[in-house]
Design a protein around this ligand. Structure first.
Ligand code: ZN
Length: 187
């Protein structure tokens, strides 16, 4: 792998005296890594796995929403609500993986799977998500990443220093509102 073993790569990352790679070295490393992963079958689709997972998600979704309509008890509805949240995350994960071409290499089929699980099952716009998620992967966790734009919480030093009012208070106290932060980060 670019003449380096995994241990040597780790040493480069960890050692403060290690020389930073040039853009060409990094690009060559990525090309070689991608080809190794391709030969190891990492990018091969798992059609049967996604069929089974999709059917499981659809089955549980149908049961959960039917139960929500049929059940009368408050406690049972709370449990069903938690299950609906869980299965919604599973459906979103399938749509996300379809968006990355992991479900199938066929672009039209990927769009169908993504739209079906995100727009139809979850009720969120798949097209809007694709635009936003593309921008996230181009600038991950930077100030250009739409997923970490500041609102009540800031995700980088510049935004945290600039945060005022309620946003400033939330940013300074985010360690106390860990659950809320996690919810926003997931979004
Ligand atoms: Zn992604």
């Amino acid at each position: 792998m670019n003449g380096m073993t995994a241990v040597q790569v780790e040493d480069c990352v960890l050692s403060p005296s290690a020389r930073a790679w040039s853009a060409m070295e990094a690009a060559a490393f990525m090309t070689e890594l991608r080809s190794e992963l391709r030969s190891a079958g990492v990018f091969r689709g798992d059609a049967l796995g996604y069929w089974l997972r999709g059917l499981w998600v659809l089955g549980v979704t149908t049961c959960v929403w039917s139960a929500f309509v049929l059940v009368d008890s408050w406690a049972a509805r709370m449990t069903i609500g938690a299950l609906a949240g869980y299965i919604g995350v599973q459906a979103s994960a399938i749509a996300h993986e379809a968006g990355h071409g992991a479900v199938t290499r066929d672009r039209k089929l990927s769009w169908f799977v993504g739209r079906f699980f995100m727009t139809f099952v979850i009720g969120a716009s798949y097209s809007a998500w694709v635009r936003r998620h593309g921008a996230h992967h181009i600038h991950p966790n930077s100030r250009q990443d739409p997923d970490v734009r500041p609102s009540f919480f800031s995700f980088n030093e510049t935004d945290a220093i600039a945060a005022r009012g309620l946003a400033g208070w939330c940013t300074r106290n985010r360690h106390r509102a860990g659950a809320a932060c996690r919810c926003q980060a997931w979004e």
